[in-house]
Design a protein around this ligand. Structure first.
Ligand code: MN
Length: 713
């Protein structure tokens, strides 16, 4: 275990301005808080945070990161609180420790491969500061190094799997090859113990057999570089058992060639000399076609730079050679952490490392100091997404602003189509609630539910929108057909003709429509007039075209006299084939007329609506409508116009009266305001015209109300 002064010395070796005092206090605090807690290894628990801090000194991290590493388990495993840490070590450290604690609390185990990418994104999204992720990676590395002390095999396996699927790829994404390789190899040893052991045995055997060759090859390569007048050195590196195993899996071959187990590196001082070194090597040895890759001119997304080639080397052995500078090497091994070391004279090379995080690049190029870079590096790339869980722990990724309805459609189309309610983190919330990362969402479904047109106002995903539109279109078609059939039946009856199946089928052709259902739907949607259908079936008929212009009084009389030809709007959902107009807000029980509007269906107005005067006199578009019953279920929006005394308590008195009469105010708009009065429009949810009439009567009795009436426009 690293002693206190050793840790401080290590940090000071690369950062003369390190906050020595904070590191000392954190060291002592962690020891005190973890007290006599033990690790599975039998070591005192506090050895763990100290080792994690030690790992991070290899990456030359700043004091705040080291302090965070020392404190990273205190909130989760001891009585420490965020407030206490903030008071002792400052707000920044408290935030970082909170961040690590948050990551620790996510249950990632039993991760399926297809979910792994989502979990990786979740971790990135939750690590608002990159230091949180670095501490977490070091934490995981130390836990993996001591994994063998855990006695429960299932637990070991779960941790190893999670490391392989989540943490190693994250380290790679940050360009930290060294951590990635070690995590992978430790996880590999746990998950495929036998495979690793046999690869190791084979490696040792081949090493004994051909070990002298490695030295010979290195000498020859060294000579090649030197005789070309280049400055640099050559190193040989044994591949890890895991990378050998991966290669064997992918290529389905065993490893026998030296190139399967060794890679040679030529380290060159100057970047432009890398290509000269390549030329020298290709001039001395035959290159293997198809193996050459230039990651210097085109770095990998995580910033990796190197030239790769394979040649038939000394003694006819095929060998792989990587050519790079020391700096490219450090960036490859240390990744994001190498940044600090090359802060001076930073070029595009380090900038490119964060190519996959546009925001990060920006910060990199504009940050004044490594500290500032650390401070302001927000892992913003997944901030436009939210990550929510199903009750079974499956992760669903959604765009920011998504609602439970989007979530339901993301789970399954049927779940979306039938969702009636939702619980977020165990609480029932409205369907339009915005979801946040980490929310657990439970969708309540009902077979009776249909997608509502209203959902379109708050959903954000294309999938939800497409399904809702398709379902509404289907529903609307059915309603158009239903309405169209009623319209035709009433019209034919009024004119004294029979509407027969045979007649309609014969008319389809003339009307260029596919079948009877299409004729009904076209009439209901206002695309085809009932008169046109009549003429198609009974050519030469002179339909009753009087009156050309329906005035309101006449329509009233007509409705009263010929009630049996009025079309009932029974069973039609407002918003699909029939629409309650915004001007007069018709209610069940009101005398109503409909106006067919092409492509929309029927607009319903009260018979005395002022807006009817403006609607042109095409009588074919006018429909005599009746409510099927005054007691149509559900609530409808009624609008009243009020003049109220402008004095304290008026609005309260008013809403009290409405509530006592079981009305629900859904909108309130002040139209006019003077010293004495204000005038407003009030939208109230009511069941029928009788209901709103009662409310109006009650309002008239209120001393606060000057006048009140239903809005007519
Ligand atoms: Mn830990």
């Amino acid at each position: 275990m690293l002693r206190q002064f050793e840790l401080v010395e290590r940090v000071k070796s690369y950062d003369a301005n390190a906050d020595e005092d904070a590191i000392n206090r954190a060291y002592v605090y962690a020891m005190k808080m973890h007290g006599s807690q033990m690790r599975a290894s039998g070591d005192p628990y506090f050895s763990h945070p100290i080792e994690v801090a030690g790992i991070l000194t290899n990456y030359r991290l700043d004091s705040a990161s080291i302090v965070t590493a020392l404190l990273h388990d205190t909130i989760e495993d001891t009585g420490a609180t965020s407030e206490e840490i903030s008071a002792l070590f400052g707000e920044d450290v408290a935030k970082l420790v909170d961040g690590v604690t948050k990551l620790t609390r996510i249950q990632l185990q039993n991760v399926e491969a297809k979910q792994a990418e989502n979990f990786r994104k979740l971790l990135l999204a939750m690590s608002e500061d990159i230091r949180v992720l670095l501490v977490k990676l070091a934490d995981r590395l130390h836990n993996m190094r001591t994994l063998n002390y855990i006695t429960n095999a299932d637990k070991r396996r779960a941790i190893a799997l999670e490391t392989m699927e989540i943490y190693a790829p994250l380290a790679e994404r940050l360009g930290m090859q060294e951590i990635k390789t070690e995590l992978e190899d430790l996880a590999f040893g746990e998950l495929y113990h036998e495979a690793r052991a046999s690869i190791m045995a084979r490696l040792r055997f081949l090493e004994r057999e051909g070990g002298y060759l490695v030295g010979q090859i290195m000498d020859e390569l060294d000579h090649t570089i030197e005789s070309s007048g280049l400055k640099g050195y050559v190193s040989g590196r044994e591949k890890t058992p895991y990378s050998i195993w991966r290669k064997m899996q992918v290529k389905e071959v065993s490893f026998e060639q030296l190139s399967d187990i060794m890679a040679f590196r030529v380290m060159i001082d100057e970047p432009e000399d890398c290509y000269r070194a390549l030329g020298a090597i290709h001039a001395s040895y035959r290159m293997v076609p198809g193996r050459f890759k230039d990651f210097i001119s085109t770095p990998k997304q995580n910033g990796y730079q190197s030239i790769h080639t394979s040649v038939i080397g000394p003694a006819q052995h095929r060998i792989e050679v990587q050519i790079r500078t020391q700096r490219m090497h450090d960036v490859a091994e240390l990744g994001v952490a190498a940044h600090w070391q090359y802060k001076q004279g930073i070029g595009n090379v380090a900038g490119r490392q964060y190519h996959w995080v546009r925001e990060l690049v920006d910060i990199l190029e504009h940050a004044q100091s490594p500290e500032e870079f650390l401070e302001h590096t927000k892992l913003a790339m997944y901030q436009d997404q939210v990550f929510c869980f199903t009750p079974k722990g499956e992760l669903i990724t959604l765009p920011r602003g998504a609602s439970p309805v989007d979530f339901a459609y993301a789970v399954h189309t049927e779940v979306g189509n039938t969702c009636v309610g939702v619980k977020v983190n165990g609480r029932i919330v409205p369907l339009r609630t915005e979801l946040y990362t980490g929310d657990q969402v439970e969708v309540v479904t009902s077979k009776a539910q249909k997608p509502s047109p209203e959902w379109e106002s708050f959903i954000v995903t294309g999938k939800a929108r497409a399904h809702i539109r398709r379902r509404i279109r289907t529903e609307a078609q059915a309603e158009y057909a239903k309405l169209g059939k009623e319209i035709l039946q009433k019209r034919f009856k009024k004119e004294g003709y029979d509407l027969t199946k045979e007649g309609l089928v014969a008319a389809c052709n003339k009307l260029h429509l596919e079948d009877r259902a299409a004729v009904y739907a076209a009439v209901g949607e206002g695309q085809l007039m009932a008169r046109q259908v009549l003429e198609a079936i009974y050519p030469g008929v002179k339909p009753d075209q009087e009156p050309k212009v329906v005035n309101i009084v006449k329509a009233k009389e007509k409705g009263r006299a010929k009630g049996d030809t009025a079309v009932p709007i029974k069973g039609l959902t407002p918003g699909l084939a029939v629409h309650m107009s915004e001007c007069c807000h018709p209610l069940p029980g009101d005398r109503i007329v409909g106006v067919l509007t092409a492509g929309k269906g029927v607009d319903i107005h009260t018979i005395d609506c002022e807006a009817l005067k403006d609607i042109s006199g095409d009588t074919d578009r006018w429909l005599d409508l009746v409510w099927d019953s005054d007691r149509i279920g559900g609530f409808h929006l009624g609008r009243i116009n009020l003049v109220v005394l402008n004095e304290p308590g008026s609005l309260g008195a008013l809403s009290m009266v409405i509530a006592q009469n079981r009305g629900n105010i859904s909108n309130l708009k002040i139209v006019n305001r003077s010293n004495d009065f204000f005038e407003m429009d009030l939208d109230i949810e009511v069941t029928s015209v009788r209901h709103i009439t009662n409310i109006i009567a009650a309002l008239r009795a209120s001393p606060a109300v000057n006048s009140v009436e239903r809005a007519r426009r």
